[in-house]
Write a protein that binds this ligand. Structure first.
Ligand code: SF4
Ligand code: SF4
Length: 108
């Protein structure tokens, strides 16, 4: 859809098209916030205690859990936006943020 905004300076409040429409519940799943990421979290499985604080605090629900533990395929890269909240909140510093494109450490 294209809008003609050539006369936008004269628009009144009701002339602006409706924004921020949520057509259905859960539609944020279709918005890949992973496209914003410049850094990704790497988890050290040897120091992780499976406390799940990172899972609770992740704003994009990008951390997977299975059997009340962090799952083996723990990170949803389609939705992890690289904000670093998980690394900041981890009580045992088991998560490190690394730049995208760099070689990942062996333990993750
Ligand atoms: S917050 Fe840290 S210790 Fe807790 S589950 Fe996440 S990575 Fe593991
Ligand atoms: S970096 Fe941010 S978006 Fe990605 S898993 Fe951690 S808290 Fe979630």
């Amino acid at each position: 859809m294209k809008w003609d905004i050539s006369d936008i300076d004269s628009w009144k409040t009701d002339d602006f098209p409706l924004g921020a429409v949520i057509p259905e519940a859960g539609n944020s799943h279709y918005y890949r916030t992973g496209g914003w990421r410049s850094e990704r979290p790497v988890r050290n499985v040897e120091t992780c205690t499976d406390c799940l604080i990172c899972w609770i605090d992740c704003p994009d629900t990008a951390i997977h859990v299975a059997d009340e533990k962090i799952a083996a395929d723990w990170l949803d890269l389609d939705h992890c936006k690289g904000c670093g909240i998980c690394a900041n909140e981890c009580p045992v510093e088991a998560i490190t943020m690394v730049p995208e494109g760099c070689e990942l450490p062996e333990v993750r």
